[in-house]
Design a protein around this ligand. Structure first.
Ligand code: DGL
Length: 268
């Protein structure tokens, strides 16, 4: 593995761009290859087997593109397919998920607290966060709530309006989340509505956005293995399994310029 190989990042759609953007900011010399599986979005409602199949196909594409590290920038895929993908990539590339860095963060900064978690049905029903948090033995009480409408809502562009306000409020008002001191945004789409969530709690609850935490974990991971790129930087690439206006719009918005999308069908 060479330091000048790119980092592969994937998600079902635009959510992982929140993580990609944080990685880009923290590691400006790294080249990113992003895969948005827009043809199969949302992942959160799919079966574990389906998400595993999509993930392995995407990892194949990213391996062929020569990635040194694959970042699963999706909680649903991290919950359903991390172990499988890691085994599949083997010695060809390192694999990092978005859940472990957040769990470590909770252990350090939120021990002994009541912490809320919102995410897709796949992420919440997998129980992965609860298992990992419990194994910290840090006295954290995790209150997990599936919020399946949020990712499709964000993907459809409802982010700062009445529709999104109403949906966000009716989820966050659930009894499960009463009295929490921190809330984990357990879906990489949710940083896009972070401000509304923060406002709902009147800024009294620590909102844990995984994008920066994960970017720091990636940096540390590459640093320890002497895999940080110090050579010339290349152009990022954005692959999608289906063209969507939402993705085109989001990439331009995130990266401040109009980016070229490459269509890559996973099955043809
Ligand atoms: N952004 C993803 C996650 O972190 C998936 C959302 C979806 O496709 O349902 O879970």
């Amino acid at each position: 593995m060479n330091a000048n190989q790119p980092i592969g990042v994937f998600d079902s759609g635009i959510g992982g761009l929140t993580v990609a953007k944080a990685v880009r900011k923290l590691l400006p010399r790294e080249r990113l290859i992003y895969f948005g599986d827009t043809a199969h979005l949302p992942y959160g409602d799919k079966s574990t087997a389906a998400i595993q199949a999509y993930s392995v196909k995407i990892v194949d594409v990213l391996l062929q593109a020569g990635c040194k590290l694959i970042l699963i920038a999706c909680n649903s895929a991290s919950a359903a397919a991390f172990e499988l993908v890691k085994e599949y990539a083997g010695s060809r590339a390192h694999v990092v998920n978005v859940i472990d860095p957040v769990v470590s963060h909770l252990g350090i900064y939120h021990a002994g607290q009541k912490v809320g978690l919102i995410g897709t049905k796949q992420t919440i029903n997998s129980g992965v966060y609860t298992k990992k948090v419990d194994s910290l033995h840090a006295g954290i009480v995790l209150q997990a709530l599936a919020t399946p409408l949020l990712a499709p809502m964000i993907e459809e562009g409802f982010q700062r309006d009445e529709v999104s306000d109403t949906i966000i409020q009716s989820y966050l008002n659930q009894e499960d989340l009463h009295g929490i001191q921190a809330l984990v945004l357990g879906c990489t789409h949710y940083p896009l509505i972070k401000r509304q969530i923060d406002a709902y709690f009147a800024h009294q609850v620590a909102i844990i956005d995984s994008s920066e935490i994960v970017a720091r974990a990636v940096k540390e991971f590459l640093e320890t293995r002497e895999l940080l790129n110090e050579g010339p930087t290349g152009e990022d690439r954005f692959l999608v399994s289906d063209f969507t206006a939402a993705f085109q719009h989001a990439t331009s918005l995130f990266f401040g310029k109009s980016v070229k999308l490459e269509r890559y069908a996973l099955w043809e």
